[in-house]
Design a protein around this ligand. Structure first.
Ligand SMILES: [Zn+2]
Length: 435
């Protein structure tokens, strides 16, 4: 069966055909590790993990690279704010990220490069851009000169005016053009920095991914992925850097052939934002809910569509997960309609309905094989999900929302009498049996 994916670069669905026969090579932009991942970051990890699983079922060899950005202004700011050592912060949040993604059923990438381990690659790329006249050094910085690359804007479809408006405009007298972006910047003595031909400094964010993907996959590679918010400027800049560093000005696909972008996660219809206070952390959700249910919820919308996260999303996913688990037997073949849906641009809503249909039809072997393919743990955790307790907790939430505190307390007391304690977390109430 052919796997087709929507290629953001060509704006159409295309069959995935590895450039190196039988070997699919993918790169997805990983997290900047200065805090725990939110549910939007988790969606990226789950979507690309699923893509890799489907690809492994179809191609003899798959190499999946997803990086860790461990040098960044935000990390330096977090270290200043907390007084912690930068390495301690990045180490801690890399670990938390990997644990949380594992709990969501994500297999570790084949390679998880850290930016700080590839500074030499980045310096070489920057030097190549200077040598070919696509970059200039000014005031301790090295900048990419956007007007030097006519192909700029091919991925995002942004016009010159939109590019300038979208660039993070800062007061930067050393910029020759407002759209120019930083490849290398000077580091203050108390900031992490590396010696370079342009003085002690550190890389800009965009050059990291150009360097790490090339190092671990070679160019061109098959699929580059990430959240749709990275399309501009991050991915546009990666293409510009990588194509210009190798002197290929007429074909953006000589960096990565296909670009795959997943949509946003909104919470109850609103964009997640610190100012709104509605940022859902994967780590908090995992304390309250089972990873497999969260994974199924994250896959319940098509990956290119926005996913609106509500209690209903999670409730439906937990119910579907339970139905699949009840039906699953020893794994056999993935039912053709399930594989067909997944191969059709990862149509997970259709794949999930087909799996539920197989469950109803008594195809336990097909359901089990589907769960394995989609990375859904077939075994219920020891602290089994309990729909009755979940229903009582939902009723308690509703009572509290309606300021019926007598009813809410009565539910809490009833559960306490059964040995079930409730903990209210930012992601909702979590329960556990204390005896
Ligand atoms: Zn990236």
């Amino acid at each position: 069966m052919d796997l087709t994916l929507y290629n953001s670069l060509t704006r159409r669905k295309e069959a995935v055909a590895p450039i190196e026969p039988g070997h699919l090579r993918l790169y997805a932009c990983g997290p900047t590790v200065y805090g725990p991942a939110h549910i939007g970051n988790a969606r990226m990890a789950v979507v690309f993990d699923l893509l890799v699983r489907v690809a492994r079922a179809l191609f003899p060899r798959v190499t999946y690279v997803s990086n860790i950005t461990d040098v960044d202004d935000k990390i330096i700011a977090a270290a200043r704010a907390s007084g912690e050592d930068i390495a301690a912060i990045t180490e801690k949040y890399t670990l938390i990220y990997n644990e949380d993604m594992a709990a969501l059923g994500c297999a570790p990438p084949d390679v998880q490069p850290r930016a700080t381990a590839h500074i030499g690659d980045m310096v070489a790329l920057v030097q190549g851009l200077l040598d070919r006249g696509h970059a200039y050094a000014a005031d301790g910085h090295v900048l990419f000169h956007v007007p030097s690359y006519a192909g700029y804007g091919a991925l995002s479809g942004r016009s010159r005016e939109e590019q300038v408006a979208g660039a993070r405009v800062e007061v930067a007298p050393y910029k020759r053009d407002p759209a120019d972006f930083v490849l290398w910047k000077p580091a203050a003595p108390d900031e992490p920095g590396w010696d370079s031909p342009w003085g002690r400094g550190r890389p800009g964010w965009h050059i990291e991914c150009s360097a790490m993907s090339q190092h671990h996959l070679g160019l061109p590679f098959d699929i580059h992925g990430g959240g749709s918010d990275l399309k501009f400027p991050h991915h546009e800049n990666e293409i510009a850097q990588s194509c210009c560093a190798h002197g290929v000005l007429d074909d953006p696909a000589t960096y990565a052939r296909m670009w795959v972008h997943n949509g946003f996660v909104t919470v109850a219809g609103e964009k997640m934002a610190k100012s709104v206070g509605n940022i859902l952390l994967a780590h908090d959700l995992l304390r309250a809910h089972e990873g497999a249910a969260l994974r199924l919820a994250l896959l319940s919308a098509h990956y290119r569509q926005p996913l609106d996260w509500t209690d209903g999303t999670l409730h439906a996913a937990a119910k579907n997960l339970a139905a699949l688990r009840r039906a699953a037997t020893e794994p056999g073949e993935v039912p053709t309609p399930v594989l067909g849906a997944l191969c059709d641009d990862l149509n997970t809503p259709a794949a999930i309905s087909e799996a539920l249909r197989a469950a109803k039809a008594g195809d336990g072997a097909g359901v089990a094989a589907t769960m394995d393919l989609m990375g859904l743990d077939r075994a219920a955790p020891k602290e089994a999900a309990d729909p009755r307790i979940d229903a009582l907790l939902q009723e308690r939430q509703a009572a509290r929302a309606a300021k019926d505190f007598a009813r809410a307390d009565a539910i809490r007391d009833q559960l306490a009498a059964e040995g079930v304690t409730i903990e209210d977390t930012p992601a909702g109430p979590r329960w556990q049996r204390s005896r």
